[in-house]
Design a binder for this molecule. Structure first.
Ligand SMILES: Cc1cc2nc3c(=O)[nH]c(=O)nc-3n(C[C@H](O)[C@H](O)[C@H](O)COP(=O)(O)OP(=O)(O)OC[C@H]3O[C@@H](n4cnc5c(N)ncnc54)[C@H](O)[C@@H]3O)c2cc1C
Length: 422
């Protein structure tokens, strides 16, 4: 068995599929290791318009258009007392078919991505768990993995792309996780059948409904009359009188009239799910022979549904960098400086608005009333055009909310810096 490749990709979510597919499209020999057997459940169901571009590059657009995923044209906000804002329609801002995006069932979406990777030439192996990075003379040269049957296997390549999601293999093995100091939230969510849907174009809208203590509900209508609904807030607040996810969920439903009303005619099904360990970013984005993408690099509070976009974009950006590294025969961490700069910049664009969202003094309405010309920048950012300059926008936002300093970490590993920090 030839176990030597141009690149080993860990994880078959959006980041891993984007990285491996883009590398295979460039003629590289790639193996993707996925610990689960697909289809498997995953949260992260609401896409934003700019996911269109990486999906197009991967050859996924036709599959998306043929799918039964609910069309999403807009996002709308609901106040604590249940009043709903006028929906914000993406097509009013973006005159492109990208403005029509999707609410996906991740089990099916990720299966489509993985099948597409296979079609494009990626060797996909499921039910195999990457346990460790193989290192030779301080450089990563592959991955040590174990199959579901307990058999150990090694995969060798000059470059490894870690797309292991929130399991974050490299981060956890190397102690690189740095939590966001402020975005200390948890989420509790479940599913309903037959809950209320708004008519016409608004049927597939994401609704973000506020709860009193720096928190919010998502309400995501999905295919087959299903709705994904969850609440995100400070841990101390959500766990204030119970740790039972079902009790917490229903307590919070009772605190937003719009959510309560919409769920009243539906039937809850399946488990009540929770996740903690909210926003974090890796101290480093790469070391010699390994590069991190998607949630394996950073996770940002999902209030603006940016996770899948960042996973796809970082996957394709990593693929471009890895392709160049293979051409040059240079796999040193430092060559991924621009990757780290660009990716951190893109994540910061969203992070500034996420901070503002949680500031009681801030609202998009107030911002646009005072600075009408910021409407375009705000919209560009929220639709996912993250990799441009938003300095003016943050200045305007800072009139209402404390905007955070950009995080300085997330660049390639540099031993002398690491020693100084430790
Ligand atoms: C509560 C919540 C709500 C969210 N809502 C949204 C939303 O509405 N819209 C949105 O865009 N994003 C949302 N997200 C974020 C989104 O889920 C993620 O950002 C996105 O899935 C990241 O993709 P990824 O490919 O990096 O990781 P994943 O999708 O997690 O994929 C990682 C893959 O790696 C595999 N894996 C892990 N470890 C190993 C290993 N050691 N060996 C082999 N395989 C491994 C896993 O099985 C998995 O299939 C939400 C997240 C949370 C927590």
């Amino acid at each position: 068995m030839n176990n030597t490749y141009d690149a080993v990709v860990i994880g078959g979510g959006p980041a891993g599929c984007a990285a491996s597919t883009c590398l295979a499209l460039k003629g590289r020999r790639v193996v993707l290791l996925e610990k689960e057997k697909f289809p498997r459940y995953h949260i992260g169901e609401s896409l934003i318009p700019y996911t269109y571009y990486p999906l197009k590059r991967m050859g996924m657009l036709e599959k998306m258009k043929e799918s039964h995923f609910t069309r999403k044209y807009s996002v709308t906000f609901v106040s604590r007392d249940g009043r709903r804002s006028h929906p914000f329609y993406f097509f009013q801002h973006l005159a492109h078919e990208a403005a029509r995006t999707w609410q996906v069932l991740r089990s099916e979406f990720d299966q489509l991505l993985l099948d597409n990777a296979r079609e494009k030439g990626v060797e996909v192996i499921e039910q195999i768990t990457a346990r460790d990075l193989i290192e030779e003379n301080g450089r990563v040269t592959g991955v040590r993995a174990v199959t579901a049957a307990g058999e150990s296997r090694e995969f060798h390549a000059p470059m490894t792309v870690d797309c292991s999601g929130r399991d974050a293999l490299t981060i956890s093995r190397r102690g690189w996780k740095v939590r966001d100091p402020y975005l200390n939230k948890i989420a509790v969510w479940t599913y309903y059948k037959g809950a209320k849907r708004d008519p016409g174009l608004d049927e597939g809208a994401t609704t973000v409904a506020y709860v009193p203590e720096k928190g919010w509900f998502w309400y995501i209508p999905q295919a087959g009359d299903n709705v994904s609904v969850g609440v995100v807030a400070e841990k101390d607040y959500l766990y204030s009188d119970s740790r039972d996810p079902k009790e917490i969920f229903h307590r919070e439903v009772g605190r937003n009239k719009w959510i309560e009303d919409h769920l009243s005619v539906g039937r809850q099904y399946g488990p009540y799910r929770t996740t903690g360990e909210y926003s974090y970013r890796s101290r480093y984005c790469a070391a010699d022979g390994v590069i991190l993408a998607g949630d394996a690099f950073a996770f940002l509070d999902p209030v603006f549904s940016s996770g899948v976009l960042i996973a796809l974009r970082s996957g394709e950006m990593a693929a471009d960098e890895v392709d160049r590294a293979l051409t040059d025969g240079d796999y040193s961490a430092q060559r991924f400086q621009k990757y780290g700069d660009d990716l951190c910049h893109g994540i910061e664009s969203m992070r500034q608005l996420v901070y503002a969202f949680y500031d009681h003094n801030f609202s998009f309405r107030k911002l646009i009333e005072k600075y009408p010309k910021m409407k375009d920048d705000t919209t560009d950012c929220l639709t996912g055009d993250l990799f441009r300059d938003y300095t003016e926008l943050y200045q305007a936002v800072s009139d209402f909310a404390k905007v955070p300093e950009a995080l300085s970490h997330g660049r390639p590993y540099a031993p002398e810096v690491a020693v100084a920090r430790d």
